[in-house]
Write a protein that binds this ligand. Structure first.
Ligand code: DX5
Ligand code: ZN
Length: 221
């Protein structure tokens, strides 16, 4: 296990009535970055939060914020999310008409360009754009809701992406999102994930977030 495993708590599981306090607490508990889920009611059926909320929470943390765009044609909003304080812009390949151009828009806006794959989307769709992708996000549930069960059949996709990047000599961060908890984290770390996004697994950890984050981070063999 060469890499430091990063933990990115998903704010979807935080207390929305006290978001600033929740963010300060999860940073204090050892989070490496924060995950901000944006849903548009079209790409996924659910609707969550957007630009004004990101702007409001930005002063509460110095951690990088990963904006997970579950939105059709997300690149339309790259500059606005960058201005609101986003650091990583994770777009779904299924939502982009022109992935290459979308990745360019994210980088021009000054953010790390990330691409997310729904469970049914194979790793191979990223082959041609791989050199432009700084971070891949493998969904281990169907996007749309927190608190769902982890899909172990996604594990080979993590390894496949790692192999693709290695073969291409390209540095690629691999994140996973959905159902990541202490009991599922070990498998994804062993498969090659370097960033673990976890909502309910961190915020609802029975012994508190600090112990939960450390337990998830060190779950690999
Ligand atoms: C689901 C979101 C996730 C969600 C994960 O579409 O992308 O980030 O918050 O929640 P847990 O970790 O509870 O499965
Ligand atoms: Zn997410």
């Amino acid at each position: 296990m060469a890499n430091h495993i990063k933990i990115s708590p998903s704010l979807l599981a935080a207390d929305f009535a006290h978001l600033g306090d929740s963010i300060a607490a999860v940073e204090e508990a050892g989070a490496d970055e924060l995950h901000f889920d944006v849903m548009d009611g079209n790409f996924v059926s659910n609707i969550t939060v957007g630009i004004p909320v990101l702007e409001a929470i930005r002063p509460f943390t110095k951690l990088p914020i990963d904006v997970h765009m579950m939105v059709l044609e997300p690149a339309r909003y790259a500059q606005a999310f960058a201005d609101a304080g986003g650091d990583i812009f994770t777009m779904h390949v299924e939502a982009c008409d022109d992935l290459e151009a979308s990745l360019g828009d994210a980088r021009v806006a000054g953010m790390t360009a990330g691409v997310s794959l729904k469970p049914d989307t194979p790793a191979s769709v990223l082959q041609s754009t791989l050199p432009l992708i700084e971070r891949a996000l493998v969904m281990t549930v169907e996007p749309g809701f927190g608190g769902q069960s982890f899909m172990p059949e996604m594990l080979p996709k993590i390894t496949e992406l790692q192999d693709m990047a290695r073969t291409a000599g390209h540095e690629l961060e691999i994140a996973v999102d959905g159902g990541i908890k202490v009991d599922t984290a070990g498998e994804v770390i062993d498969a090659g994930a370097t960033t673990l996004i976890s909502g309910t697994g961190v915020f609802n950890f029975p012994d508190g977030m600090k112990i939960g984050i450390e337990a998830i981070r060190t779950a690999g063999s």
